[in-house]
Design a protein around this ligand. Structure first.
Ligand code: ZN
Length: 217
């Protein structure tokens, strides 16, 4: 079993960072607010006994080594849309940490290595690109994409530098040995809620791509 109360407390703590008057959160990528949310999550990772760090584009990670290098990746994001919900993103990151913390408390050893990640800029709210961190992890982020700018004309390249990352080193964020990826996400419709079902496993997922993001702006 996991500790549901612990996740709940952490979700509430995280929702204080970038809190809006409506009770939601606004945390754009490569801002001090997103960095603060990441640092808060990092303290949870350390409480869970994970080895933590940031990769070259600023993805936060926590690792629990198994006897194999082959890795299960669990993750989501802590950036948000304007006045976004408190669960969209954080739940997926905190759930990964909770799984590892519970296993540790139960004295369980891992066969596979597990890495929990908070990906940088999933939402695309600031630069109109989105999935910057996961693109880098997948090895498909390009130097050209880093030239996209926010409403103030600041490019992703510049924003990365402002936050202390080296935008020229984005290629180093690519991950090998990932055997599976898992993400718990809040339901964004009301199908499960209306049917009073606690959780569902998706058989397909929306695939936002650059074209749709660019026509939306
Ligand atoms: Zn999300």
């Amino acid at each position: 079993m996991i500790n549901g109360e612990r996740i709940w407390i952490r979700l509430k703590e995280l929702s204080e960072i970038g809190k809006t008057d409506d009770g939601g959160v606004t945390r754009y990528s490569y801002t001090d607010l997103e960095a603060a949310a990441n640092e808060q999550v990092r303290t949870y990772m350390e409480e869970a006994g994970l080895t933590t760090g940031y990769d070259s584009v600023g993805n936060l990670y926590g690792i629990k080594k198994g006897t194999k290098e082959d890795t299960l990746l669990i993750g989501s994001h802590v950036d948000s849309v304007p006045n976004g919900g408190n669960f969209d993103g954080p739940l997926g990151v905190l759930a990964g940490i909770e799984v590892l913390e519970s296993l540790q408390e139960q004295g369980k050893e891992l066969t596979h290595t597990v890495k929990v990640m908070a990906f940088k800029d999933e939402e695309g709210s600031r630069f109109g690109l989105g999935m910057i961190g996961s693109r880098a992890v997948a090895g498909i982020l390009t130097a050209e994409q880093l030239q996209k700018t926010d409403a103030d004309g600041v490019s992703i390249y510049e924003a990365m530098k402002q936050q202390g990352y080296d935008p020229n080193a984005f290629g180093e964020a690519k991950l090998e040995n990932i055997k599976a990826y898992l993400e718990l996400h809040i339901e964004q419709g009301k199908i499960l809620e209306s049917a009073n079902i606690a959780a569902g496993i998706v058989s397909g997922i929306a695939g936002p791509c650059l074209v749709t993001y660019e026509t939306n702006r």
